[in-house]
Design a protein around this ligand. Structure first.
Ligand SMILES: NC(=O)c1ccc[n+]([C@@H]2O[C@H](COP(=O)([O-])OP(=O)(O)OC[C@H]3O[C@@H](n4cnc5c(N)ncnc54)[C@H](OP(=O)(O)O)[C@@H]3O)[C@@H](O)[C@H]2O)c1
Length: 331
């Protein structure tokens, strides 16, 4: 444990700010904290507090004085969104994280948890990827702008700890999925994209679904409730400068994932691979031995998590569609 600052314990009365509380991760962290009866949660919508606005973020921290901050606000998207909007990905993520980390420190927060991503690691990092693979070789080009912003965020957390003794920790989660995910076909990640495509194909009795890429690349998927559990665990039990991976330690091919989702959604047609589309990194599995050694392990199996997410999607499909219509009508 670091010696130069007090241990930042989070108790049931701590003032806890979850930035991005309407997103996939932020909403799961809030559910988790509420279920454990943390009584002083602070949350602001983007309309109430635009985290791109440095002055507004400063005023918010000065007024609310949160003690613990979960930084789950970010601009996030799949391969298509990342490769077509790199400027927005680097600009918005740099600004949001810089504003929040600096204001948290300046206004006396005891601890901040920054959420990075496994895409900060080199494209050809040895598998499973250990935390010390960071900055050892080039990144995957399709999401380089996003990854560079995230690397700046974790380095900022490290620098604030080193210079100011600010207890900022950085987690690198693997690919996530779960309730409140983004199901928009234009900007979603692979799990919600496949759930939607197979669901719609099953409803229409379509004979065929086309999948991007070869289907042979391997990916790891963590249910967001497991991530929220890890976030609360690490907020309470981790105060080291080193980044820490969060994942299941197991991966599947995209084809295997698609077959599982096809089965869960009741799709009975063929799956065709469009190999003219990019695959991305060939394999991305995190080494989670450091996290496991601290006493934390993922509990939700992929099948169980996908079944639960599909149930959520079918129950909320009207809201999911309405949210997308609003987003696509925005300037
Ligand atoms: N999803 C994954 O697979 C994954 C994997 C690894 C790491 N992570 C990390 O986890 C974190 C959260 O990701 P997520 O999947 O939960 O993303 P998400 O569902 O898109 O949620 C992001 C949240 O941030 C908010 N936000 C963005 N810009 C804002 C701004 N300028 N002002 C106020 N709020 C703003 C969004 O508000 P609106 O609701 O108004 O848009 C949204 O609620 C990110 O740091 C991401 O890198 C995600």
């Amino acid at each position: 444990m670091s010696a130069n600052y007090a241990k930042a314990e989070m108790d049931k009365t701590s003032r806890i700010y979850v930035a991005g509380h309407r997103g996939l991760v932020g909403s799961a962290i809030c559910r988790r904290l509420q279920s454990e009866k943390y009584a002083n949660l602070i949350a602001k919508t983007r309309q109430e507090l635009d985290l791109l606005n440095q002055a507004a973020v400063g005023r918010f921290f000065a007024a609310e004085k949160p003690e613990h901050v979960f930084l789950a606000a970010a601009k996030v998207g799949g391969i298509l969104a990342n490769s077509t909007q790199p400027a927005e990905f680097i600009y918005e993520n740099l600004l949001v994280q810089t504003n929040v980390i600096d204001a948290a420190y300046r206004h006396g927060a005891k601890k901040l948890l920054f959420l990075g991503s496994s895409c900060i690691y080199p494209k050809f990092a040895p598998q499973p990827i250990r935390e010390d693979a960071l900055l050892t070789s080039p990144l995957e080009p399709t999401n380089e702008a996003y990854a560079i912003a995230k690397i700046a965020g974790l380095k900022m957390a490290e620098a604030y700890r080193k210079q100011y003794g600010f207890d900022a920790i950085s987690l690198m989660p693997t690919n996530l999925y779960g309730p409140h995910d983004n199901f928009d076909p234009e900007s979603s990640h692979v799990v919600p994209a496949l759930i939607r495509r197979f669901h719609e194909a099953a409803q229409r009795n379509s004979p065929e679904v086309t999948l991007w890429g070869t289907g042979t690349v391997r990916r790891e998927f963590l249910h967001v409730d497991d991530l929220a559990d890890a976030c609360v665990f690490l907020m309470q039990n981790y105060d080291q400068p080193e980044i820490i991976n969060v994942g299941t330690g197991e991966d599947v091919t995209i084809r295997e994932l698609a077959e599982l989702i096809a089965e869960i959604t009741g799709f009975r047609g063929r799956m065709v691979q469009d190999t003219s589309k990019p695959d991305g990194t060939p394999r991305k599995l995190l080494d989670v031995s450091r996290l496991n050694a601290l006493g934390w392990r993922a509990r939700i199996s992929l099948r169980e998590g996908l079944e639960q997410t599909y149930r959520w999607f079918t129950t909320h499909i009207a809201n999911v569609n309405a949210k997308q219509d609003t987003a696509s009508a925005a300037p």
